[in-house]
Design a protein around this ligand. Structure first.
Ligand code: UDP
Length: 373
C-alpha cells in the first residue's frame, strides 16, 4: 500500500492530523478540491494584507498544550478580538459588558447594571413560569433582558441564521460572555491571537513534508476507492455526501463576502464591526489589516481591504460554513453518525464531517488527543 493515510480535506483537522501522523512515521496523502490548502482558514494576500477569504478566524483557547502546539508551528501575535456593534448608527461594545450597559442604559457601576438586568430578567422569568428556556430567544431574555436582546441580538441572529430566534437552540447565544467589568475582550480564554504572517503559515507548517494534491474532488477521482491507496482514511468532507445523501440532505448556513480595497489606511478603526439591525443586509464588516497590523504599521500601508459578510441558506454548489442546529438537522445528523460507526478504518473529522459548530482550537485539541497508529 502506498500510504498509511489518505486524508480528504486540508483544513485544520486534516492538516493537524497529517502533521501528527508524519511525526509518528506515517506516510500520508492529503487531497483537497480547492486550488489551495487550508480549508476555511486560508488567506489571500491583497495589497500586502492577509485577507481571510472564508471569514474571519481568531484562534482562542484556554488549553496551554493546544496554544503551545500551534505556537510551535508559527508564533501568534497579540490580537484581541473586541468587535463593536452598530445598531442604526449607534455603537455598542461587545461582548455584553459594563461598556455596553453604559451605552445602553447610562449605568456607571456594576450594581446599577445588575439591577437593570435583574429587572428585565424577572420579566422574562415570569413569562417562562418555572420552565427552562427552550430556545435562543428565551435564553437571551433571561441572560441579558429585552433591551440588549432587541438591539444587539434579535435581528443580527435572524440575519445570520435565517430563522426566528424562537426556532434556534439556546447554546448559540451561550457562546457570548456577559461581564460586569469594563472589558471588551470577546473571549474568556487565556490565550488568543493570529499567526504572525497569517494562517497560511500555520497550515504550511503543519503540512511541511506531507504530500498534498489540490484541485482534486474526492468523489470524482480515483481516490474514491481509497482502499487501493491507503490503509486508512480520514474524511473531512460533508457528512451526508459521504453516504451519497441516502438519508436526506443536511442543511447548512453559508456566508458570502463582498471584498474591496479602500484608499485609506484605517477605514473603520476595528477588525470587526457587527451590523445588528435588519436595515443593513450584511451581518458584519471585516477590516483585515487590524488582525495583523498594530500601531504605526496600520498607517505604513496606505490601503485597506474590507469584506462585507452576507449570510444565506446553503444550496448545492456553495461553500458550507455552519451546521444548522434545528431539530430536523440534529436528528438527521445523528442518524448519519450512527452510519459512520460501521465504516471500518475511516475517521470523520472537523465541522463538515461531524456536522458540528466547532471553533478552531477544539479541532486541534481533538487531533492532539487522538491515538494515531
Ligand atoms: N450574536 C448576536 N449579536 C452579535 C454577535 C453575535 O446576537 O453582535 C449571536 C448570534 O446569534 C451569533 C452568536 O451570537 O450566531 C455567536 O456569535 P459568534 O460571533 O460567536 O459567531 P461566529 O463568529 O462563529 O459566526
Amino acid at each position: 500500500m502506498k500510504y498509511d493515510y489518505l486524508i480528504v480535506g486540508s483544513g485544520l483537522f486534516g492538516a493537524t492530523f497529517a502533521y501528527r501522523a508524519k511525526q509518528t512515521g506515517k506516510k500520508c496523502l492529503v487531497i483537497d478540491k480547492r486550488n489551495h490548502t487550508g480549508g476555511n482558514v486560508y488567506c489571500e494576500n491583497i495589497e500586502g494584507i492577509n485577507v481571510h477569504k472564508y471569514g474571519a478566524h481568531i484562534f482562542h483557547t484556554s488549553n496551554k498544550e493546544v496554544w503551545d502546539f500551534v505556537n510551535s508551528i508559527v508564533p501568534f501575535n497579540r490580537y484581541t478580538n473586541s468587535p463593536v456593534a452598530n445598531y442604526k448608527g449607534k455603537l455598542y461594545n461587545l461582548p455584553f459588558n459594563m461598556n455596553t450597559f453604559y451605552q445602553m442604559w447610562g449605568v456607571t457601576t456594576p450594581a446599577q447594571a445588575i439591577s437593570k438586568i435583574e429587572e428585565q430578567k424577572q420579566e422574562a422569568l415570569l413569562a417562562l413560569n418555572g420552565r427552562e428556556p427552550k430556545n435562543l430567544e428565551e435564553q437571551a431574555l433571561i441572560l441579558v433582558g429585552k433591551d440588549i436582546f432587541n438591539i444587539l441580538i434579535k435581528e443580527y441572529t435572524e440575519k445570520q441564521w435565517g430563522r426566528k430566534c424562537t426556532e434556534l437552540p439556546s447554546f448559540i447565544i451561550k457562546r457570548l460572555p456577559v461581564r460586569l467589568i469594563f472589558d471588551n475582550n470577546y473571549f474568556n480564554d487565556s490565550y488568543q491571537g493570529i499567526p504572525i504572517g497569517g494562517y497560511n503559515k500555520l497550515i504550511d507548517g503543519l503540512l511541511e513534508g506531507v504530500e498534498c494534491k489540490t484541485n482534486i474532488d474526492f468523489f470524482n477521482s480515483e481516490f474514491r476507492s481509497w482502499h487501493n491507496y491507503a490503509e486508512r482514511f480520514v474524511y473531512c468532507g460533508q457528512l451526508d455526501e459521504y453516504f451519497d445523501n441516502r438519508l436526506g440532505k443536511l442543511d447548512w448556513r453559508t456566508v458570502s463576502f463582498k471584498t474591496r480595497i479602500e484608499n485609506t489606511p484605517n477605514y473603520q478603526g476595528n477588525a470587526v464591526i457587527n451590523y445588528t439591525s435588519h436595515d443593513v443586509p450584511y451581518t458584519r464588516v471585516i477590516e483585515h489589516k487590524h488582525f495583523e497590523m498594530f500601531g504605526q504599521a496600520v498607517y505604513d500601508n496606505t490601503k485597506s481591504v474590507i469584506s462585507e459578510e452576507y449570510s444565506t441558506e446553503y444550496k448545492s454548489g456553495m461553500e458550507p460554513y455552519y451546521p444548522v442546529n434545528d431539530d430536523r438537522n440534529n436528528e438527521l445528523a445523528d442518524k448519519y453518525r450512527q452510519l459512520t460507526a460501521q465504516e471500518n478504518n475511516v475517521i470523520f473529522g472537523g465541522r463538515l464531517a461531524e456536522y458540528k459548530y466547532y471553533d478552531m482550537a477544539p479541532i486541534v485539541e481533538k487531533v492532539l488527543k487522538m491515538e494515531i497508529d
